[in-house]
Structure formats: C-alpha cells, structure tokens
Ligand binder design. Structure first.
Ligand SMILES: C[S@@+](CC[C@H](N)C(=O)[O-])C[C@H]1O[C@@H](n2cnc3c(N)ncnc32)[C@H](O)[C@@H]1O
Length: 640
C-alpha cells in the first residue's frame, strides 16, 4: 500500500488544495521557470501521484531532493514529463460518441459549411489516433473533395507524442479498437506495423500547443478536446474553455471526453448532446432585454365609463396604490395602501412631501420629480422596509406618470407590491441552485478524477503489458539458448561416450602390452627422443630397484640406479639420431640393486612412430650372468 502524506489527504475533489505542500509547489514553479512546463493549473491529487510515482522509480523520497536530481540530471525532465503527461488514447475512443458524430453532427456541419473549407482542431491529440479518426470519418463523408476542403490541426504539449503521431505508424495492439473496414481501407501493413494512408495523412498538421498558455487556433468548425481538460483544476479549465470558445466559429462544434462537462459556460455553448459531450458555440453578442419603455399597451386600455365603478376598481386593487396630483398633493389612496402605509382619507390633499410615505421606505420625492419630468415610469425593486416588528419586508415600488389624452401631466401613480415572499423564494431557489451547482461540480470533478485515475491505470497496464512482452521475448531467447545448450550437451555426451570407448580400448591395449612386456625375461625400458622414460617394466624394477612410478617421466641419465649409463648413452644417441637402426646383443657388466655384479645382454632398437624421425628407443636388458656361469662350468667340466 502506498503511503499518503497528510497534505494529499487534504486534497478536495475539485483538484484544489485545502492546504498546499510548499515543497511540491516549489517543484512546480521550478518546472515552469526552467522548462516552461506550467503544471500549476493541474489537479493536485493526480499530479502529485504521478510525480511520486516517478520519484519512487528512482528511489527519491522528498520533493526537494527530487528538484536537486532534476537540476543535476536534465534527462530526468523527459522521464518526468513522460510520467505526468498521460498519453492514453485510441482510435474511435468511446465508439458510441463517434457514431453520433458521424451520423448526426457531421452531416449538419457539412451542410452548414456549404462547400467552403473545413477546419478541425484536435487539442491534446496525444499520439494522433484522434486526429486520424476524424480524418477517416470526414473522408467517408466527403470522398475526393476531402483533400482540398479539410485541414486538421492536431496539437499537444508533449513533443514525444507529437513525433510519434507524425510517423502515423501503429502497432497491431494500437489498431485493435479500429473497426476492421477502416483498418483495411485506410492503413497499409508495413514491416508488421499499420501505417495510415499518406493521402489523408497530408491533411493533418501536427504542432505543439499548450492549452493553458498558448493562443488558440482560430475559425474552427469542429474542435475535439477530449480527456485533457479533466487533468486541469476548475479555474484553469474555465480559462481554457473560454479560449476554446474563441477558437470556434459561430455554431462550431465542441467534442469533449466522456468525463468532462462545461460548467458556467451556458452563454457561450449550447449542449447538442449532453450525454455524448457535444456542444455548439452560440452567439454571445445578443443584447440583453431592452428594458421597459414608456410605450402604452393600447389593447389593454379599458373603457370604464362609470366613475363609481372606476373608483371601486382602483380602491379595491390588491396592490397598494396612491396617486399624487400635478400640484404635489396626495390625490388618491386605495384600501390596500391605506393599510400598508398607514394613510387615510384625512391625508388626501395634503402635500406629498409632508407624508411619511414620501421618504419611507424610500426617498420618493426625487423619483416623483423624475417621472413627471421624463414622463417615463421608474421601477424601484426590492426596497427594504423595516416596519414595526423585527422582520424586514421587501417591496417593489413602481412610479408611473399619469397623462391626459392631450399629453398634459396630471400627476403620478405610485404602487407598492409586497415581494417579501417572492424574494424569500428566490433566495431559497438561488441557494438551492448554488448547492446543486456545487454538488454537481464536485460530482463532475470526482468523475474526472475517476477518469484520470482510470487513465493512469490504463497507462500502467500498458507499461506492464510492454514489460510482459519484453519478458516473454527474453524468455523465448532463453528458451532458444537452452535448446542450443541442450544440443551442444548431446554432442558432448556422444563425444564422451566415444572417448570412453577409446579409453577402454587403450586400457585394454595397455594391459595387453604390459602382459607382453611383463612376460618377457628381459627388462624393457622405453625412452622418448629426449631420453625420458616412458615404459619401465617389472623386470627393470627387479634389476635396478626403482619402481615404475619412480622412473617414468624422469630423464634416464638422472635415475639414481646402477644403470650402466656410460655404455648405454652412446648407443641410445646413435639409435635416436638415426645413425643406426639397432644395437643388438651387446654384453656389458653392471652392478644390480643388490650390489651383485651382473652380465647383461643389451639390445637398443629404434622406436618408430608415423614420421621419418625415430620417436625414441627401446632398450632390452637380459641378465645372462647365470647362463654365462653355466656355460663356464660346462666348459670346465668338458676340459676336465
Ligand atoms: C489522455 S490524453 C487524451 C488523448 C486524446 N485526446 C484522447 O482522448 O484519446 C491527454 C493528452 O493531453 C495532453 N496535455 C496535457 N496537458 C496539456 C496542455 N496543457 N496542453 C495541451 N495538451 C496537453 C497530454 O500530453 C496527453 O497527450
């Protein structure tokens, strides 16, 4: 579970901060001042989450430390902006709304444009899918005239996204949301990627535009600004929407994302379809209501011949009414006025200025003068009147000049309408409205917050999918390597088996050789060309007292035994150098290991290998002492 700071907890759903984290605000100012990326108008909760996400990736805990990293490592800016600017998008995102655009909106816009050029703006277009979607729809409607009539401006704050969009080349996964007919008609498969057709691509112009600070593009017929406003706080949204209003022609269409709404812009935009977020730019220069004129209503003029009847009508009128003559004296008071204003018949003919009503609840003398002079009525609305008790009463006071048919001013009528109840109701309605608006704004903002979180999740899922794909491909590589190793292993195994067979053969041969050599009467010594002992038989051991392991591998002349090396050496030399093939049956005397004098018959033969040169020498030594002494004694016996 990720830890949350108390400041994050304090963030309210409209994106404003109840209390700001100064180090985070400093970081935002640093980004604005050093890189001209102004995120100060973005909603704090999701913005903070994204920055923290990036910080976690590189193991940084505090915003101040992260600012130091950015200062030391400018490449970190790119990584941060890529994390903050969520580029989640797709072709025909929210298909239902695009269908509505195709079926209901586009035909109207095209009819209204009456063959003149059409300007479209996709603001916050991300990797271009939105701009290409509207291009396809317009091409479906316009056919061959599309090229000369349509210009689509696609802008974003993110240069990397724009560069990707300019390539107009998408992976199979990115085109999955495209209805098949559109993919077949408008995309070519090149090296495993789907490339948007060059003919339509030419009508889409990409450029960087920061909605929060750059001037809008003008005279736009259709403006798509989808899933971008929702990242901004209410104040910045308001500013940006006002600019979007400037960008659109009169009756131009604005298309928002499904979580976005236009609050407080009723004077500029009329909803076309609220659910699918289509709005129409309306005129703002319509004059306000013209107000009241002094024009009479001839149709309303009643013919009341009977004076008594006329009097009765006046006196019983439920609205309090008095009349002041041209001489400034009170000329008439009806029943309601008598009760309401505390007047009676006794006040008739008194100078108006002497009566309390002339200055309470409001100063009327000057207004009376104005009415008679200008001959135009005057409305004084919701005049506050504290009568006897603590309760306030509100009245509308209406002064109307009374004129004879000759045009002469006869006086003025003053009526007092009690509007306390209406006012109360209006205040209640206004409060309820404000609460409703607030609740709606909160709802809207929560909705946007949900959508941004959704996009964050989607972007994380996409990242995970990519990592997964990478892992999969690494896995596949490992698998191939494994198979290669397995096959190398198999080869080694069979070589090993061959070697084992050979070793067995050699061991057998060796044993065979040893048994041959061992069954000879003579001692056998085999030497290589350097006179290093290779074979030393048991008989050699018996004769010279050295075991095979003490002799083999040693130079013959270095062996500490009674070997007659002085005799042997020249024979060995002549055999090894090839001067002679063999020295056969030479008799020499030597002292064996028991210190006994022995007579030896020595044969040295060349040891031939494959080459021309002798590979060494083979020495055979026969102890013939006993044979000789036997011969000696037989000779002596014969002589005797
Ligand atoms: C979630 S994408 C929406 C893409 C596309 N309009 C859609 O609905 O599929 C939001 C885009 O708004 C861009 N954006 C964020 N702040 C911006 C700003 N101040 N000005 C222009 N574009 C901005 C981001 O770079 C991102 O590409």
């Amino acid at each position: 579970m990720s830890e949350r700071t108390p400041v994050e907890e304090a963030a309210d759903p409209t994106g404003a901060m109840l209390s700001e984290d100064p180090s985070f605000e400093r970081l935002l100012q640093f980004l604005r001042d050093s890189r001209s990326f102004d995120f100060t108008g973005y909603k704090r909760p999701s913005l903070m989450r994204r920055v923290r996400y990036r910080m976690r990736e590189i193991g940084i805990e505090s915003f101040d430390d992260y600012q130091d990293v950015l200062q030391l490592e400018p490449r970190e800016f790119t990584a941060l902006f890529n994390t903050i600017l969520i580029n989640v998008t797709s072709f025909f995102r929210d298909l239902d709304a695009w269908e509505y655009l195709r079926i209901d909106i586009l035909p109207q816009v095209l009819e209204a444009s009456n063959g003149s050029p059409l300007r479209v703006w996709s603001a916050g277009s991300s990797a271009g899918q939105e701009a290409y979607t509207i291009a396809m729809l317009l091409h479906e409607e316009l056919g061959s005239s599309f090229r000369e009539r349509v210009k689509i401006y696609a802008t974003d704050i993110d240069e990397d996204a724009l560069n990707y969009a300019r390539q107009a080349s998408y992976t199979e996964r990115e085109t999955r949301s495209l209805p098949e007919t559109y993919r077949d008609r408008y995309f070519d498969l090149v090296n495993g990627r789907y490339v948007f057709t060059a003919d339509l691509r030419r009508s889409v112009i990409f450029g960087r535009n920061d909605l929060t600070s750059d001037a809008p593009i003008s005279r736009i017929d259709i403006l798509l600004c989808r899933n971008t406003l929702m990242y901004l706080n209410a104040e910045t949204q308001e500013r940006v929407v006002r600019r979007l209003g400037f960008a659109l022609r009169k009756n131009g269409v604005l298309f928002l994302g499904k979580a976005e709404m236009l609050l407080n812009h009723a004077s500029v935009f009329d909803p076309i379809d609220l659910k699918r977020r289509f709005f129409r730019r309306v005129r703002t220069d319509i004059a306000e209501g013209a107000g009241f004129g002094a024009v009479g209503f001839p149709g309303a003029r009643a013919i009341v011949a009977d004076n008594r009847l006329r009097n009765e009508i006046l006196l019983t009128n439920p609205i309090a009414q008095i009349a002041v003559g041209s001489d400034g004296r009170l000329a008439m008071v009806n029943h309601r006025a008598a009760t309401m204003l505390g007047l009676s018949d006794r006040d008739l003919d008194r100078p108006f200025q002497d009566l309390e009503v002339s200055y309470r609840p409001i100063e009327l003398r000057s207004h009376l003068a104005t009415v008679t002079e200008s001959r135009a009525p005057v409305w004084l609305r919701e005049v506050e009147w504290r009568r006897s008790g603590p309760d306030l009463v509100y009245v509308d006071v209406h002064l109307v000049p009374l004129m004879a048919s000759t045009g002469e001013v006869l006086g003025a009528s003053i009526s007092f309408t009690d509007v306390t109840r209406f006012r109360q109701l209006r205040v209640e309605v206004e409060t309820a409205n404000r609460q409703l608006e607030l609740a709606y704004e909160e709802l809207q903002s929560t909705n946007e917050e949900l959508e941004t979180t959704n996009e964050e999740l989607q972007s994380t899922v996409e990242e995970l999918e990519t990592t997964n794909e990478e892992l999969q491909s690494t896995n596949e590589e490992l698998e191939t390597m494994n198979e290669e190793l397995q096959s190398a292993n198999d080869e080694l195994q069979s070589t090993n088996e061959e070697l084992r067979d050979r070793t067995i053969e050699i061991t057998d041969l060796n044993a065979f050789m040893e048994s041959i050599l061992g069954s000879l009467e003579a001692a056998v010594i085999v030497l290589n060309r350097d006179l290093v002992v290779q074979v030393w038989t048991r008989q050699a051991h018996d004769l010279w007292g050295l075991r095979a392991d003490e002799a083999i591998g040693h130079h013959l002349l270095n062996l500490d035994s009674g070997l007659p090396t002085a005799d042997l050496h020249p024979w060995l030399r002549s055999v090894i150098t090839g001067q002679e093939d063999a020295i056969i049956g030479r008799h020499i005397n030597a002292v064996n290991r028991r210190g006994r004098l022995v007579q030896l018959r020595v044969t040295v033969t060349t040891l031939r290998a494959d080459g021309e040169q002798p590979a060494g020498a083979l020495v055979l030594m026969e102890d013939i002492s006993e044979i000789d002494s036997a011969a000696e004694s037989s000779r002596s016996e014969e002589k005797a």
